[in-house]
Design a protein around this ligand. Sequence first.
Ligand SMILES: [Zn+2]
Length: 413
Amino acid sequence: MNEEEKVPQVYEEYLTLCRSIKYTEAADAGGAAADLFAGLRAPDPVCRSRAWGLLCGAWSRHRPAFASLLARACGKKSTDVQARFGLDPAPLLAAVGDTKNILHRALRRKAARIGADGFRFCDIWARVPNAGNTSAMPLAAALALLGDMLEKHLEGGKAFVEGISAGQRLHLEVQTVDCPHCCTPVPGGPVHVYMPVRFKDVRPCDLPSLAHELGHAMHCDLLDKLAPGKPISVVFLETFSQLLEGMVWLELCDGAEFRDVREDMLLDRLTEETLDLLLFPALLEFEGRMIHSARQGALPLEAVEEAYREIFSRWFGVSPEGTWFWMRTKSLYDPRWPFGDLTYLLGRMVSLELIQRIRTRGKMSRAEYCKAVEDTLSSDFSGYRLKQGRTSPMQAADWKEILQPVRDMFAEE
Ligand SMILES: [Zn+2]
């Protein structure tokens, strides 16, 4: 893919339409949107419904315009998923579909815990009250604990965290909305990690986010040696941050001292699983259907919404009436990136596979970690599989095995 490639007209029009969306008359769109997303995380169910209603309402007014842009974008998309990703996604979607029922049951447990009658789309982002709120510790103590947790599963984990502290590569900064991130303050220098000020005191439930950002730093440090100056492949952008995050989850779930809050923390984590393993697959299926329909001719709003309702009801187990994912999902409107969400899903599957490897074979050596990173330098998924010594195409059963950590986490006790 040529990065210089011109932004397609239809995608430009999509972005312009998105920017024109106003949540309230007076406030500027950006600020108001931040407040509304905070509302979606609120403990009060009424608050969440209100935020959701305002968000969806603002987008829904433009449904016909979005539908016509969608038809144009999909009409221009190539459907050769196999060529782009080096695999057929159908067995992956089938395996992910098999974990659906476990996630639905977990979503209902979460709904009960956060004062809703059953799963509602507006509750996807809701925080479970007091999940792991106990025993907040100062950042320095949290880093020491994190070093020990990582060392249990990854050789050199402790030394890495100590190096981050010693090198003053972790910073707390004022962030209006939580947005932990990494960047390079000195051009050509190492990546630094930036966390919101509230990480002055770290709760157990915040440890996975801290581990995630440190995972980016660890990944970048190694890439600086292996492939200096080269960009990270999109498919594996999040794989190694999710790996460190996954290690901390293993520890939190198994750790006796956190056992009392285990279920709450798991239900809090369910947001990510819902997005990765229900929303992305639903969107991929929807995109496939839209591309197919757009090639058959006109794609009226009614047809878009009917397909959306059918596919989303199947993935989420409830009707998506009044939801707006099909309008908000940028990748659907960019003809350059058909099935863009598959990159996230594939990267996530690789991180789960690495976690499963640790669970079954024990602590990962530094050499094993380096090899895993080295093997992902190519952006092609089948290339990665080959380097891992797998020559046969991935079957649904292979993907299903990789999803075992998710099944174990959310299965009822
Ligand atoms: Zn990340």
